[in-house]
Design a protein around this ligand. Structure first.
Ligand code: 03F
Length: 209
């Protein structure tokens, strides 16, 4: 079976509210995926993503009945920390987590759409670069942009990346990409909903790290 389809995001209700518990359960499968990518540079990315999931979960567990949706958390923090918000707590963690999720979305979508370097069809650098430029680059200063260049050169071959997404099984590229397309349906709706929430609540920041 496919790693992706085992951990699909749930459909959202009509009001696009995101259930905190379900969201945390689904994203918690992402960090271990980095262990299959075969380079230490990915451990930095893994711990950043995992750290943000842990921060959101810690807030949720303080009062699960109060924080049923992600928006409940963000609004409660706006009330509790008016001076620092949105650069605080789970609001800040989700702000960054959503950028990593958007990166993954654009990378997978680009692969599913068949975008490739015709000279090097088994490399994913064009797809990774597109995702970086659209999701993350503008939030990174020169030092973190250098880490990106290192990660880009450590990126796996497309065949190995697709194999990792299929839990190590040899599957045909087309079959794997069909799973990616199916995964992207609810995934994209969820990531878009988090972005819309940040824009509606005026919670987005654009400082660089
Ligand atoms: C800010 C910042 N976080 C952090 O400083 C930077 C960390 C290193 C980023 C390096 C960039 C590398 C880009 C990816 C290249 C990948 C090549 C892929 C090959 C496959 C924030 O950190 C904290 O998060 C926040 O808590 C804190 O409070 O200002 C705040 C304070 O700082 C980031 O820029 C987020 C980086 C997210 C990177 C996501 C990359 C995902 C890469 C690969 C995905 C593989 C696909 C997996 C599919 C699995 C599906 C199940």
């Amino acid at each position: 079976m496919s790693l992706l389809l085992d951990n699909q995001f749930k459909e959202l209700p009509p009001d696009k509210a995101i259930d905190t518990k379900l969201f945390l359960e689904t994203v918690s499968h992402i960090p271990s995926f980095f262990d299959c990518l075969g380079s230490n540079v990915f451990s930095v990315i893994k711990s950043d993503i995992n750290g943000n999931i842990v921060k959101i979960k810690a807030v949720y567990l303080k009062d699960p009945a109060k924080y049923v949706t992600l928006q409940d958390i963000v609004e409660a923090e706006r009330e509790a920390h008016p001076a620092e918000w949105p650069k605080v707590g789970a609001t800040l963690a989700l702000m960054w987590l959503k950028r990593g999720l958007r990166f993954i979305q654009i990378l997978l979508q680009s692969l599913a759409d068949g975008e490739r370097d015709e000279e090097n069809p088994n490399l994913i650098r064009v797809n990774v670069t597109k995702a970086y430029e659209q999701a993350l680059k503008k939030y990174h200063g020169w030092l973190v942009q250098k880490i990106f260049i290192v990660a880009l050169h450590a990126a796996p071959y497309k065949s190995n990346f697709l194999k990792a997404l299929s839990k190590g099984e040899e599957v045909k590229e087309e079959d794997c990409l069909a799973n990616v397309r199916q995964f992207l349906v609810t995934y994209t709706v969820t990531v878009d909903a988090v972005y819309d929430m940040y824009s509606n609540l005026n919670a987005e920041l654009d400082y660089t790290v």
